[in-house]
Design a protein around this ligand. Sequence first.
Ligand code: NAG
Ligand code: NAG
Ligand code: NAG
Ligand code: NAG
Ligand code: NAG
Ligand code: NAG
Ligand code: NAG
Length: 381
Amino acid sequence: MIRCVAFAVLVLAVVITVGEKTTDVEVQGTRGGSIQLAPMIPEGFNTRDVYWRHMAMGEHLVASVSRGYPETTYQSRFLGRAHLHRGFTLEIRDLEVEDTGVFTCMLVSLEGQMLSMKYHVIVYEAVVQPTVQVFVSGGPKECSVFLRCNSSMGNNVSYTWRATTRQGDPVNTSYTLYNEGRLLITTLRPENSGASYTCIVANPVSHENVTVVPWESCVSLSEAAAPATMQVFVSGGPNECSVFLRCNSMTGNNVSYTWSANTRQGNPVNTSYSLYDEGRLLTATIRPEHMEASYTCTVANHVSQQNITVVPWESCLSLSGKPPKTQSYQQILCMASAIALAFVSLMICVLLLVKTSGLRSCSVQLANLDLVFQKTEPFTV
Ligand SMILES: *[C@@H]1O[C@H](CO)[C@@H](O)[C@H](O)[C@H]1NC(C)=O
Ligand SMILES: *[C@@H]1O[C@H](CO)[C@@H](O)[C@H](O)[C@H]1NC(C)=O
Ligand SMILES: *[C@@H]1O[C@H](CO)[C@@H](O)[C@H](O)[C@H]1NC(C)=O
Ligand SMILES: *[C@@H]1O[C@H](CO)[C@@H](O)[C@H](O)[C@H]1NC(C)=O
Ligand SMILES: *[C@@H]1O[C@H](CO)[C@@H](O)[C@H](O)[C@H]1NC(C)=O
Ligand SMILES: *[C@@H]1O[C@H](CO)[C@@H](O)[C@H](O)[C@H]1NC(C)=O
Ligand SMILES: *[C@@H]1O[C@H](CO)[C@@H](O)[C@H](O)[C@H]1NC(C)=O
């Protein structure tokens, strides 16, 4: 009898010990993944009933086994996700963050003994690669930098930073963190231009990182291409005018030059042109049918873009001073005045002959007349 009681006490002690041990079990799960909770059943414990419960905002029966039969009932939020395996191991699939809580397992033996265990389950959502927004102000001499790191997924996320050289060595630069590490503020000077900043987001089930080199943004602050200038060179005349256009931006890094030729209505003009000097120089031949063509030079780099437009025909016109029609009118006028002069000279000559019969002055007038005709000769082709 005493032996029997001692045995019972021993069993009770085991039960209590097991219960205390399992109370501390902490299980981490990942959202979308699964966990298996296996009760530790002492030898000689003849399990008859099993009750798995979940405690979080109220208590729910998750699964149960009655009278040793493999008959299980699944209820609550775990319906369809909870499965009992051999040894009464409970598996929860498709974990949700809200599954976080305490699972208890109560076992009842054929002899009526009870055994209970606790599992503290925390379900984490894995972090994803964060994004780092780079805000800069100042310029390449002294640049204020704000870096904001954000991982759109994950719970219990910690944010830490590492500043290194491009080779990965630590950088001797100080920075301040705000908002639990999400925001980093620092000042960069040329001597730490190579500093790269790595934001590491982590929680107990995952970690990701992303690296930025903010100096690149500091440099681009001064890199914007200056407004372009356009020089127009023309030669020839309004019937066929050769045009050189030189587009230039005095400042800016990695500037590219592109051109387009359009009508005033903005439609593309069917005209060919050649580009030289990495696109700075355009040459084209313009005829009256393209007199409306406007040429746009676009100057761009990765931080800026601007354009400038000219209508070179206007310069072609000014080349000859006046349009061709006006010139032929001028020829006619010239001819007319020459004939008029000749007529007047002849009349004077005749008058002189009549009045004084002197031949001298008449010959002078005739010489003048010759001169007039010589002058006009080139126009009378
Ligand atoms: C972080 O990213 C998430 C998802 O992209 C967005 O909803 C949230 O506003 C972001 N937070 C900050 C501080 O930018
Ligand atoms: C996770 O976050 C929750 C709520 O923010 C908090 O109650 C819990 O203690 C955190 N757990 C860990 C392991 O940091
Ligand atoms: C880091 O910079 C501080 C002051 O800016 C200087 O005193 C220190 O010697 C530097 N350390 C190294 C390793 O360059
Ligand atoms: C950043 O992530 C890459 C893999 O994505 C890993 O190789 C590297 O060690 C990580 N760096 C840090 C500082 O955690
Ligand atoms: C600018 O040009 C240099 C060399 O011409 C090149 O190495 C660099 O990648 C370019 N940067 C950008 C932003 O295009
Ligand atoms: C453009 O001009 C070329 C020759 O100058 C001609 O063959 C072609 O048909 C023209 N295209 C259009 C759309 O006018
Ligand atoms: C030229 O720049 C103006 C704004 O500055 C823009 O509206 C226009 O579309 C640009 N034109 C071309 C051909 O890029």
